[in-house]
Design a protein around this ligand. Sequence first.
Ligand SMILES: C[S@@+](CC[C@H](N)C(=O)[O-])C[C@H]1O[C@@H](n2cnc3c(N)ncnc32)[C@H](O)[C@@H]1O
Length: 399
Amino acid sequence: MALHGIGASPTARTLGQVPTPKALVDFMVGLAEAPKGGKVLEPACAHGPFLRAFREAHGTGYRFLGVELDPKALDLPPWAEGVVGDFLLWEPGEAFDLILGNPPYGALGAGARLGLEERKSYRRRFATWWGRYNLYGAFLEQGVRLLKPGGLLVYVVPAGWMVLEEFRKLRAFLAREGGLEVFYLGRAFPGLKVRATVLRFRKGCRGLRLYEAEGETPRLLLEDPLWQGEMVRFPHPEALALEAQGVPLGRLFHLHFAARSPEVKAHPLTRGEPGPGLVPVLTGRNLLPGRVDYETPYSGLYFPKEAVGLLKPFYAVPHLVVGHTRHYRVVAALDEQAYPWREEFHLLPREGVRVRAENLVAYLNSPLVQAYYRGLYREVVPHLTRPMLERLPIPGELL
Ligand SMILES: C[S@@+](CC[C@H](N)C(=O)[O-])C[C@H]1O[C@@H](n2cnc3c(N)ncnc32)[C@H](O)[C@@H]1O
């Protein structure tokens, strides 16, 4: 679903043209409303499935508009006005009562093949832009800006914004600008790995409500009238009880991320072949629950064992390693041999902290911690992020 370059002869796939299942369109239209005579907008509309379903459910007394970048994809019925253009740069000079749809998704930062000029103009334009960001974050900000006071926005977007750091500014922006209801759908797009959420946002209100919507009828899980844009987590009772009793891991350890691949490759001591004094640079595949595989050279890179501290000083001391992308699992082991790494979190105790490493490793890999992690974060993203790891509770008896 990545967007590969506006203007670079886009195809349907590269523009993020993923059809929205009819049941999902109907669910979202059921959450939507607008005053009679109001203005209803579908951004990134293609053939306007949301406008059509809204009119079918709510009747004809509205003004309908759609904006679509790809003139070949724009195919609206005669009762709707179509605009060909980039919704993110669009300045209609009017505000809307209802904005609904399925915006395109795709990382836009370094690596995404978006033209440099588009990237720069988006970055300048959007206050919520952060890090690699994502097209859907910009669609949310632009949608909120185009709403009338009291207006409603209903979008389906990937769930990553709930927890990832690059959406911290977006969460704070949404909390400032209005009231948000989140419907967690899980795998709503057949054949795609993405976990989806429907957002129902009312401009000018306050607070957050989280609903479980993987089943038939949405169930309210959480209500926070004072939400200010913190991570949106599932209120799993056992996981929250564990947090209330333990010490957050971030208070006990400094968390370092491994040297990135380009940094390892560019280092003058890195080699592409084994040799005397060299050891493999380890990757996530070398990290197993409770054990490090020091043998298999998955990275294809080698580094002098005696000089590992030149790559990152913390590699030179035995320390705890915790996996970053392990698809909804916490995986930890002790690197007793102090090897060079290209991935994962590396944990060094803060001053004065004494922990029995073997016990901590066993705890981090235990079913209890897996249940804690899945309980709070489900399958929202396949990563264990730094804030998630920082908050992971360590029971007092392990200290
Ligand atoms: C995920 S699809 C959704 C289409 C439609 N809403 C649906 O549910 O089937 C996204 C659509 O956004 C269009 N698009 C991509 N970038 C856009 C932009 N910056 N402005 C307007 N439309 C865009 C694509 O051409 C595509 O038709």
